[in-house]
Design a protein around this ligand. Structure first.
Ligand code: AMP
Ligand code: ZN
Length: 466
């Protein structure tokens, strides 16, 4: 299995630290809003990496954090007149709902920054004891970037080139740093902000320290794979390496994986341009599996463009797989034995399965892996009518296993979309207004059958999936 390693800029054979085990850390979202489809890309890509490694027999310990304290969360909380934790708790729950919709396996552990402050204080203290960090007059603690020899090794930047870009940063006053390159490990609280006590000042951690600490706590000082979107290479991951390797005295992660960005209509996705979609907006229109298929139809290191046309194409392709699966299921009823012809066809099946694995072994080339599934679909469509029930079962099992690695489910789920639920609720409200209680009850029962429970409250009708 070969992985492209950002650190060496090469595809390298994957050799785990411990035989049969993978320790993997994926930087998670900052939770101040619904996640957008850009955030969904690393989630889907690295979930697929994880699933393939499990298929290859590895025991994968997969950790992915939620950043639940940050300027954007505090800003959103102040605007809404609620606490920062009200905002982060709400959007963690919503994010988990989106992840379940996209068939993303829950991480072995989803640590929260606010629950790991003790570990952060400890690591900052270690860095200070070793001379890699210092506190200034107002209690801000900085990392002494130049002291770490390997700084720039992940992003392939020369430390002296970096300084040029940072010349304008303030280096005088109570928060003065020794060097413009130094980055924050701990910062003093501002009025009305969430804060914790520390030996340096009441305050909160910088962003980078949380991942170094959580990775160490849940996976150990050395891990196999550290992953995230390509925007994290610098400075986030570069700073994580500086912190972890200085504090632990060991190589932090052996393989660094980064997904390229998702754009919309060939432009950078941005809120201000209005070309910004949340996962929720998309999954109200499409089965979430379509989004998953769309993402995996490109290699994770290639930029990917999101457009309605491409989503329609993904929808049609997915349907071809689901139709073939349904056809196979309809042939699976009876008890019979494989014929010689079936055996021959199963050899062809084996070659496509091998093609799938070769593609995944080549730095997780999911586009080619999906192409191999389509070869199997074609094989199924052209041979199942003349084959036995046992053959249909064999072929189905293979397509099911390989689709499952991609997180695609073969049984089309009859899950009702949120937009439909809202529409039915409105219809029921109208019926009640018109005193058509029979129709109102009928709609309630219909929703219940689809796993949706309604509750009439003073703030209106609330619903939940049961
Ligand atoms: P954030 O909440 O901004 O820290 O992002 C969480 C994860 O989503 C990180 O791994 C980012 O690199 C990734 N990410 C954010 N925007 C995009 C995008 N447009 N395309 C791909 N990945 C993204
Ligand atoms: Zn991180």
């Amino acid at each position: 299995m070969k992985i492209y390693n950002t650190l060496t800029k090469k595809k390298e054979e994957f050799v785990p630290i411990e035989d049969g085990k993978v320790r993997m850390y994926v930087c998670g979202p900052t939770v101040y809003n619904y996640i957008h489809i850009g955030n969904a890309r690393p989630m889907i890509v690295f979930d697929t990496v994880r699933r393939y490694m499990m298929y290859r027999g590895y025991d994968v310990n997969y950790v992915s954090n939620f950043t639940d304290v940050d300027d954007k969360i505090i800003k959103a909380a102040n605007e809404a007149g609620v606490s920062a934790s009200d905002i982060s708790q709400k959007f963690i729950a919503e994010c988990k709902k989106d992840m379940a919709d996209m068939n993303i396996l829950p991480a072995t552990k989803h640590p929260l920054a606010t629950e790991e402050i003790g570990g952060m204080l400890e690591m900052i203290q270690t860095l200070m004891d070793k001379g890699y960090a210092y506190a200034v007059e107002d209690g801000t603690v900085y990392y002494r970037t130049r002291k770490f020899d390997g700084y720039g090794k992940l992003s392939h930047k020369n430390i002296d080139d970096l300084e040029g870009g940072h010349r304008d940063i303030k280096v005088t006053g109570a928060d003065a740093k020794e060097d413009p390159l130094d980055f924050v490990l701990w910062k003093p609280k501002k009025e009305g902000e969430i804060s914790w006590e520390s030996p340096w000042c009441d305050g909160r951690p910088g962003w980078h320290i949380e991942c170094s600490v959580m990775s160490k706590k849940y996976l150990g000082e050395q891990i196999d794979i550290h992953a995230g979107g390509e925007d994290l290479v610098f400075p986030h991951h570069e700073n994580e390496i500086a912190q972890s390797e200085a504090a632990n005295g060991k190589t932090f992660a052996n393989y660094w994986m980064h997904n390229a960005f998702l754009n919309i209509d060939n432009k950078k996705m941005s809120k201000s341009l209005g070309n910004f979609f949340t996962v929720r907006e998309i999954t109200e229109k499409y089965n979430p599996q379509v989004l998953r298929f769309f993402m995996l139809n490109a290699h994770y290191r290639s930029p990917l463009n999101f457009s309605a046309d491409l989503m329609e194409a993904a929808k049609n392709s997915l349907e071809r797989i689901l139709n073939a699966a349904e056809n196979l299921r309809s042939h699976m009823g009876s008890e019979d034995a494989l014929t010689e012809k079936d055996q021959e066809n199963l050899k062809i099946r084996d070659s496509f399965e091998q093609k799938f694995c070769d593609a995944m072994d080549d730095d997780f080339n999911t586009a080619d892996a999906l192409a191999a599934i389509f070869e199997l679909v074609k094989l199924a469509n052209t041979t199942v009518d003349a084959g036995t029930s046992a053959y249909a079962k064999e072929l189905y099992k293979t397509i099911e296993t390989l689709s499952d690695i991609c997180g695609l489910k073969l049984e089309a789920e009859e899950e009702i979309l949120e937009a439909e639920i809202e529409e039915l609720i409105q219809k029921r409200q109208d019926a009640r207004k018109n005193k058509d209680f029979a129709l109102a009850d009928q709609i309630r029962d219909e929703l219940l059958e689809k796993g949706i429970e309604l509750k009439d409250t003073r703030e209106g009708v609330k619903w939940k999936r049961i």
